[in-house]
Ligand binder design. Sequence first.
Ligand SMILES: [Mg+2]
Length: 187
Amino acid sequence: MKKKIIVGLDFDGVVAYSPLRILRLPVALAKRHLLGIRETHFWVPKTPLEKKLWSLAFSTSVFPGRGTALLRQLANEGIIEAHLVTARFSFMQNNLNQWLHRRGMHNVFSGIILNTRDEQPHLFKERIINAKRFDYFIEDNLDIVRYLTGRTKTNVFWIYNILDHATSYPYKFPYLEKALRAIVRSG
Ligand SMILES: [Mg+2]
């Protein structure tokens, strides 16, 4: 029997489609050019109000990404073993579980790994990817993709959005389905 392909997937922007993703590029550019921030660093909500607003912003990740049906099929057929790795902060766990149940996706993943220690997202993902030794990891955040380059043996696939489609990266895909097909092709 062929060996299963172990695939780690980010949630927001990969498994779930978020219309707000489009806002992230202007925010990243403003940080880099106006504020002169070059380091990869993510803001962490702390007060109840910040947490409320943060949950509200992520509640727009309502739609399943294009490719979730194929993801379910590949996992059911045993071609891939899917692991969800999300840097969502601990206070958003319920929200995520509800989404997966509502979409009938809670059985698709062999593992669901949440950022329960509220680590910086890029450091959290680096740690998990290297501990789990995925064959592939699918991520939509370009800062995280760039950070991971050279820091892991896992093939990092990037899901881009229309605003940053011009950015070159060897493994870039417009949505999950294309990334999964490329993974199945290359084995
Ligand atoms: Mg994401």
